[in-house]
Ligand binder design. Structure first.
Ligand code: SF4
Length: 381
């Protein structure tokens, strides 16, 4: 493959995808977020929402195929497999598009994620056309997923969602965030608990797998308890396949930052959020996979199939809560500087020592400064 040719080949990519889609082929179906008001979200602030035409999206899919074909040709010429060629290209990819396709092929080339915040806003016919084109262009693709909003899902007719499912839309990731109406209103989420339930249930009934995102700590100190119980209540009514938790992290680009400065909103501490998560898990009665696949979560080992794994998950929380105050602080710091990925990692003397040293730096009068922890967490978003 000639260098100039590689440089010319590129296509448009959006800014984010869910952690579970880290190795997916990313295809930008729309640009930015049509709502863009949530106080806890900075991702698309200052950027205008735009629909993309089916032609534009299909041109990007075709470019990704050309990239794949080029790598397949090199594999043939050098008697290696496409994974190896993709792996080598990852060391110095000529464009972000090439990097994405190479990473996708290196991971097996099975999944596709449609960016940005709400592909469901596309006309159903258009989205069906894009899904069909993807399937025809990449027959080996097994899963196609996208972000969506509950309200938009609720506005689609059941037969429209069923058509999307038949055309290959395997999973929707919806941002539930909370099931507590006063908190949804305060955060300007633009959706009520009832709309979350209606939209989520419609997706479940359509046969599209549903992944609901919950933000731990979103209620701050003031609404923590209500956030946990009402969120569980909404999830119990929906029964999604996946409940994915992440923890509130705030940076200056979020409107919520001003509320924190003016003390209108008070962030919950890690220990308070663990209590909130316990309440959430205790109150969940649905059959769902509980997933902690975000670096912001203090206890990533809180994962399992509900209800069967509930006791095991509560045992992890009990183990954290039984730590002495000093060891709790050590774990919190170790987790926030990413030297721990589970409670068991504390048994490693080297990691423990690193966390202990940083803990001392972040402490005042022998107490961990929570603001330093919040500052560390800004790097997670
Ligand atoms: S959380 Fe989702 S709906 Fe809200 S502003 Fe961000 S991208 Fe848009």
């Amino acid at each position: 493959m000639e260098t100039n040719e590689k440089k010319q080949l590129s296509y448009e990519l959006g800014p984010i995808r869910p952690p579970s889609e880290a190795y997916s082929l990313l295809i930008r179906a729309t640009r930015n977020c049509p709502w863009n008001k949530c106080r806890f979200c900075h991702t698309y602030k200052g950027r205008k929402f735009e629909m993309r035409s089916v032609d534009e999206i299909e041109a990007d899919i075709y470019t990704a195929k050309v990239m794949k074909d080029r790598m397949a040709e090199v594999a043939l010429q050098t008697s290696t497999d496409i994974k190896e060629v993709a792996g080598r290209l990852l060391a110095d990819p000529p464009s972000e598009g090439f990097r994405n396709v190479a990473l996708w092929l290196y991971a097996g080339g099975e999944n596709v994620f449609l960016q940005d915040a709400n592909s469901l806003l596309m006309k159903t016919d258009d989205l069906v056309e894009v899904l069909r084109f993807l399937k025809v262009t990449f027959p080996g693709v097994k899963r196609i997923t996208s972000y969506g909003r509950s309200q938009t899902a609720n506005r689609k007719k059941p037969e429209e969602l069923a058509r999307l499912s038949e055309a290959g839309l395997s999973r929707l990731h919806l941002g539930l965030e909370s099931g507590y109406d006063p908190l949804l209103l305060y955060m300007d989420k633009g959706v009520t608990a009832e709309e979350h339930v209606k939209g989520g249930r419609k997706v479940v009934q359509s046969g599209i797998s549903l992944s609901e995102y919950v933000i731990l700590g979103l209620g701050g100190k003031q609404m923590s308890e209500e956030h946990a119980t009402h969120t569980a209540g909404v999830l119990n009514e929906i029964g999604p396949d996946f409940i994915r938790v992440r923890t509130l992290c705030v940076n200056k680009r979020m409107p919520l930052h001003e509320d924190i400065q003016s003390l209108k909103f008070v962030m919950a501490t890690d220990e308070e959020i663990v209590k909130e998560e316990r309440k959430l898990i205790v109150s969940l009665e649905c059959n769902s996979n509980f997933v902690s696949d975000h670096i912001s979560n203090l206890l990533p080992e809180l994962e399992g199939r509900l209800p069967d794994d509930k006791d095991g998950m509560l045992a992890v929380i009990a183990r954290f809560e039984a730590l002495s105050p000093d060891e709790k602080a050590n774990f919190i710091v170790g987790r926030r500087i990413n030297v721990y990925s589970s409670l068991d990692d504390m048994k490693d003397p080297r990691r423990h020592e690193v966390a202990e040293r940083v803990k001392k730096k972040l402490s005042r009068d022998n107490r961990l400064d929570q603001n330093e922890i919040f500052a560390l967490m800004e790097d997670f978003i």
